[in-house]
Design a binder for this molecule. Sequence first.
Ligand code: SF4
Length: 330
Amino acid sequence: MSDSAEPLLAVRDLSVAFATDGGELVAVDGVSFSIRRGEVVGLVGESGCGKSVTAMTIPRLVPMPPGRVLGGQVEFLGRDLLAMPVADLRQLRGAEIGVVFQEPMTALSPLHRIGQQMVETIRLHEKVSSRAAWERGVQWLAKVGIPDPAERMLAYPFELSGGMRQRAMIAMAMILGPSLLIADEPTTALDVTIQAQVLDLMREMRGAETGMLLITHDMGVIWEMCDRVLVMYASRLVEDAPAREIFSRPLHPYTEALLKSMPVLSLGKERLPTIPGQVPPLDALPPGCNFADRCPYVMDRCRAASPRFRETEPGRRCACFLRENQAGEA
Ligand code: SF4
């Protein structure tokens, strides 16, 4: 990993809302984090907690409207992506920011052959001949483990299996050597064997200087892949820690509950513990701490005010009143 002090990506106080029939709902509330070159940062939490909206706001892939950025900055390589003209942003997407979606058909056109799509991606950003781009496409399909790559270049996406499509999308996301790779649940739709292969592939293919934001609800994937973990709950970040530390010593009660419900850590028990209750809907968040209704340590004050997300010890941030003393506060 590079020691460069300058983050590759710095998200500052980002808030995003969506217009609904019942009014505007805040899906991402004051989220701040950074990613350094070469660092793999996991963003974890249950469905509906705001992970994907956070991640997809970075390359501005959230449709606006109905979405709306309420505030904040997304600084990438020193430029604010949220303030950047769309034409400049298009140049960055693909070339400098690669995106891998859960469902490959989100990124692949069903109407065009894989090869055509790869050639277009390359030629949109680089002045190379179609032939050279085609050859590079063949090489990349081979690199991501697709057999008979020259033949597969002629295939339509629907002619490939789910695992092969995911590999093709990873090749397309990485073919231009992006500095930042955003992967949104890249293995959730795949069976367990293919999942492991795709994770291995992403680890191998990623350049040493490429930063990665990996969205997942699976702590096992975090364990396998990440240097650092951000835990999100009901639109807010609640914990930020080095991956190895979070597994041995989670600070937030929600992180603790996520880890207890992880199969590999619960071997030998008859039933896996689950987190009681559900993530509250955005239009019915409890007063005070968003986790209060499910927290085994809830106190009166948790229902009166929201804990701030702040550094509780070097390299770790947490939003919980239980951790206030560690931050040196009363
Ligand atoms: Fe639980 Fe209170 Fe901490 Fe929220 S602030 S996680 S309710 S102890």
